[in-house]
Design a protein around this ligand. Sequence first.
Ligand code: GLU
Length: 295
Amino acid sequence: MTYVGRFAPSPTGPLHFGSLVAAVGSYLDARASGGAWLLRMEDLDPPREVPGAAEDMLKTLEILGFQWDSLLKQSSRLEAYAEAAERLVRDGAAFPCACSRREIADSSVRGIEGPVYPGTCRAGLPPGRNTQALRLKAPAETLCFQDRLQGRICQQLARDIGDFIIRRADGCFAYQLAVVVDDAYQGITHVVRGADLLLSTPRQILLQRLLGHPTPVYIHLPVAVDRNGEKLSKQTGAEALDLSRPAQTLWRALRFLRQEPPAGLEEAGLAELWAWAIEHWDMEILNGVREHAID
Ligand code: GLU
């Protein structure tokens, strides 16, 4: 079987422990299967990006001993996203929307990720209003998929999410669209990432179907939380990774993923630790675990 995996960070700050876990898990699963591991810099949201963060992340990954087979930057792929968005509008699957965030928030029922779009522009722009964003029509049916670790996940897109944005009012393409276009473009067969993205997966599967792309295998790893159960992120002060002792940092990520490297390997160095981790990669042990606290 061919295996093409990937790690797709957004360069909004330095690589923190939460993203390191996704990087390590996707890397081990790919390498343990004799597969390729591609890096994709999801730099498609300039307002949220921190200058230098992408280079910094690559440097960090290199120091930690990751070896990627190729690197794709989403900033070089805008034409492909535009083409996909146009196609979805042409097919009647997406529509131009003139509503402001305010208008939507005022008149909406709440879904699982915020207000559900009330459908104002679904049948056409109201007179005198201009296109702000492009939205995908959320179908009424229930969409389910089988996650290798999290089991069967179902979502009723119309009720839970609503018509969602594929191109924002500022012209930026949405993560949901870009990720689907690029997973297909790069021939990704296995998506291994944090369970914080579990709610996004049905939207991505819907887009794959509409664009005629295959659906990869999904594996959502537990998310690292702090002792209060809060997700680690730059906002909640996730500490910077200790790069002065890369083997120890990798060791922590392996322990978080419930791999049990034998005592002593921590001192042996990065190359040996990686070799052990690839050879002994045990994903099953994470079955059904959506989050757990870091030590
Ligand atoms: N760029 C996304 C993030 O950093 C992850 C994309 C993905 O793995 O699908 O949250």
